[in-house]
Design a protein around this ligand. Structure first.
Ligand SMILES: [Zn+2]
Length: 655
């Protein structure tokens, strides 16, 4: 008996009989490579070295299989998994061509599923004889000459669609997973083609492991035709989804150190001290970054809606306040995270896009941006102010429901962005003006801004004491290596913390949060209509409380975690929500004009409209006590919204 037939009989008889029932819904019969090795190590080596022929032999054996029931058009494909012959994308070489390899990575883009001609049937237009030609190398191959008896002429031939065999085909571009990269390496990519029942199940942002044959295709140049350069492509025979596979190994000593560290008081603060040591101060911002980056796990509420567990954090700051350094430091301790800038280096931008490019020979492809690639890890976005306006709506859904919807050119997809989103941005005019609302100074719409759980300002305010400390630390960081040691520890610590899945909030902690919320809500002043806190803040508090517990490596959040979360929110509110009268005002983030600003605008409006014929700028200045900058901004806004006009320079009139 043929050894392959013997192997199938020994190991896969029952499975094959079950598989036949599912045909043709299932088309690929998967074989565990471990079984082949157990059966015959020589056969397993042949599969690796000469997969094209051996796969053909396996498929030949399957085709001849007789079932105890009827199976129509039986023509299965064979897939192997667990081959252990993994090759990193950057290590693919000539020696791997035409061998069976397995590749892991993050799906960057996919084409739509399209039919590919595999066996073409040609009719000779002169004698009517039909010739079959197997199509290889992604080319369209016609018969050299008619195989009809007594004909032998060179066509012309007509392709018979109905008699030809097509496979559903899909091309994927897969990039190296960030956790597999060291230092600042840019991820490399490879293209993978899959067919049949493997197609249609993979989305950008998925982490997959593909077993396939590495094949080379001759590059065709538009000017010179065929070239002597070949491109590599993996012809996939088995695809498997997988989770983030961190290669962080913890020694017994590491485990002990982490355990001891987690038992201290104020763990979060101590951890923040170790984080980004080259930056002085900003303790709360550092804690907010660490807490946010371990937050996570969405839950489904009883009414079926999604409850977001991931925290969104925004740091707005004057230029040169080391925002980028903080974000880079975070990337270093969370290797699986995605780091990107708001302008997006790819066509997909920050979220995802449907694009037409060379990748698929002009077909539409769905390409993932940083947020989609960050699914199940952490998204770190610098220069969020550079995001294009057409991506804002997608960013909003990502921030609130961790998804991105795409509907264009027949591609209709929902992509996941299940991750904390940690962003930094510059103010519109270069520096922050304490007299202006946050919403009016950042290039984000209020509805986007309000989707951040925490917003911090990093101001560059000179102070001798602080400056001297900053200088000491900066100079120290050029010669010390303690930061490498810190980074190593904190990386391992954060890895252990992120492994904690669901955190329970205890009764005492819930009570504290509720009382805090109700306490602030009761400050509501119906006259000025200042809303001090919203239910969004309440949800943010619960998320932060859970994440604080994770930083202590606990799956039970207690009252101290809730208190730390409240402190962070308070600090964030202090900077962002406090209006000029020292009153908390959520309008300050959510609306461009907070209530104080609204009152000021009203006053200026009253002054201008009270004098028929108009009023000089200098006279307005006499009637109000606002800063020049503030007054100018108010006048500018009133002109643009059509309340007043400026018929002469520095002369205003009600419209
Ligand atoms: Zn012919």
């Amino acid at each position: 008996m043929n050894p392959i037939e013997d192997f199938i009989n020994l190991f896969y008889k029952e499975k094959l009989n079950e598989f036949g029932m599912k045909w043709p819904d299932k088309q690929t019969f998967n074989i565990d490579f471990n079984d082949v090795e157990r059966y015959d190590i020589e056969l397993s080596k042949k599969i690796i070295d000469d997969p094209i022929n051996i796969l053909g032999e396996f498929e030949g054996v399957l085709r001849k299989w007789t079932f105890p029931y009827e199976v129509c058009n039986w023509n299965p494909r064979v897939g192997f998994y667990n081959t252990k012959h993994g090759v990193a994308i950057r290590d693919m070489r000539c020696e791997h061509i035409n061998t069976l390899i397995s590749v892991s990575g993050l799906v960057q883009k996919i084409t739509i599923v399209y039919p590919k001609l595999v066996i073409a049937s040609f009719e000779c237009m002169r004698c009517g004889h039909v010739t079959y030609v197997v199509q290889i190398d992604n080319r369209y191959i016609e018969p050299l000459e008619c195989e009809g008896e007594l004909c032998g002429r060179k066509g012309p031939f007509k392709l018979l669609h109905k008699e030809s065999t097509f496979y559903d085909t899909q091309k994927l571009r897969v990039q190296e997973s960030p956790e597999d990269l060291t230092g600042g390496d840019q991820p490399q990519t490879t293209d993978i083609e899959i067919c049949g029942d493997m197609t249609g199940n993979i989305l950008p942002g998925n982490r997959i492991n593909v077993t396939g044959i590495l094949q080379s295709f001759q590059k065709i140049s538009q000017t010179h035709g065929k070239t002597n350069q070949f491109e590599l492509m993996v012809n996939g025979i088995h695809v498997q989804h997988h989770d983030i596979e961190m290669k962080i190994e913890l020694t017994e000593q590491d485990k002990e150190d982490i355990e001891t560290f987690s038992k201290q008081k104020n763990v979060a603060a101590k951890l923040s001290d170790l984080f980004a040591t080259s930056i002085y101060g900003y303790e709360e911002i550092k804690e907010a970054i660490l807490v946010s980056s371990v937050s996570g796990e969405n839950t489904i509420k009883s009414d079926g809606t999604l409850q977001r567990g991931y925290t969104n954090l925004l740091i707005c700051g004057d230029p040169s306040t080391a925002k980028s350094t903080l974000l880079t430091a975070l990337k270093q301790i969370i290797p699986q995270s995605q780091f990107a800038t708001g302008d997006g280096s790819t066509k997909a931008g920050l979220t995802a896009a449907v694009v037409k490019d060379d990748f698929s020979g002009g077909k539409w492809t769905l390409e993932a941006g940083a947020l989609v690639l960050a699914d199940k890890s952490v998204a770190i976005i610098d220069e969020l102010d550079k995001i294009s306006s057409d991506q804002i709506t997608q960013l909003n859904t990502s921030l609130s429901s961790n998804t991105v919807f795409i509907n264009k050119a027949g591609i209709n997809s929902t992509l996941w962005t299940r991750c904390p989103i940690i962003c930094a941005m510059n103010p519109k005019s270069g520096r922050f003006d304490p007299d202006e609302t946050l919403a009016s100074q950042v290039k984000l719409r209020p509805d986007t801004l309000s989707r951040f759980d925490l917003v911090f300002l990093m101001r560059d305010i000179p102070s001798e004491n602080v400056d001297s400390n900053i200088a000491d630390i900066l100079i120290g960081s050029w010669c010390a290596d303690s930061s490498t040691k810190n980074n190593d520890f904190i990386k391992k610590y954060m890895y252990v913390a992120s492994k904690i899945k669901y955190v329970e909030v205890n009764l005492e902690a819930k009570k504290l949060i509720k009382n805090y919320y109700l306490g602030i809500r009761s400050d509501y002043d119906s006259k000025s209509q200042v809303i001090p806190i919203t239910s969004r803040n309440l949800e943010a508090l619960l998320r932060l409380t859970r994440a604080e517990a994770k930083l202590r490596l606990s799956d039970k959040a207690n009252v101290s975690d809730a208190q730390r979360a409240i402190n962070l929110l308070d600090k964030s509110r202090d900077e962002i929500y406090l209006n000029d009268d020292g009153v908390f005002d959520s309008d300050r983030v959510e609306c461009v004009n907070d209530s104080t600003q609204r009152d000021k605008i009203k006053k200026v409006k009253d002054i201008i409209s009270s004098i028929e014929g108009g009023i000089k700028y200098s006279d307005i200045v006499l009637s109000v006590d606002y800063t020049k900058k503030n007054l100018d901004a108010i006048l500018k806004e009133m002109i643009s919204s059509g309340y007043i006009c400026e018929p002469n320079d520095k002369f205003y009139k009600a419209v």
